[in-house]
Design a protein around this ligand. Sequence first.
Ligand SMILES: Cc1cc2nc3c(=O)[nH]c(=O)nc-3n(C[C@H](O)[C@H](O)[C@H](O)COP(=O)(O)O)c2cc1C
Length: 157
Amino acid sequence: MLAIIWHSRTGAARAMALAIAEGAGRASFLLPAAEAMPAILMGATGYVFVCPENLGSMSGQMKEMFDRCYYPLLGRVEGRPYATAIAAGSDGAGAQAQIERIVTGWRLKRVAPPLVVRLGAQTPQEILAEKTVSPVDLDSCCELGMAFAEGLALGIY
Ligand SMILES: Cc1cc2nc3c(=O)[nH]c(=O)nc-3n(C[C@H](O)[C@H](O)[C@H](O)COP(=O)(O)O)c2cc1C
């Protein structure tokens, strides 16, 4: 089963996670980062990490998930496939690089190109407003989920 681990503050990453799950279908499950415990992650065969970039980093709840799960999973998930999907204002590189660095320790294997959706919010009002993601970007998320689930089903990872 593909675990889609997500956190969202203003709705964009949530919409992206839902689209990834729609693409991946029944071979996947959505897992809010706050509920992601080591035993649940151990039971999954692949991972998509979906969150916003906040202040140059992955969001705090996503980081807390890694802090909680890192050592319990270390050495036990080597070679499993993963992908990332970041919601950002104008950047997203910091969040993505952080996640990549952490899962390098787990020896996960990236199986889809990094996906960063930039919403372009600039002012504090825009940044704090609830977000909607464009159909084109949701399609990209859906395709990521579909391709990931297909690869898992075919055992090509
Ligand atoms: C506290 C805060 C900090 C943010 N910092 C960044 C940032 O460093 N880089 C960036 O590209 N966007 C930044 N943003 C914008 C969000 O990443 C962007 O609005 C994203 O779409 C939000 O995703 P969400 O709706 O899933 O929370 C920030 C937003 C907030 C609320």
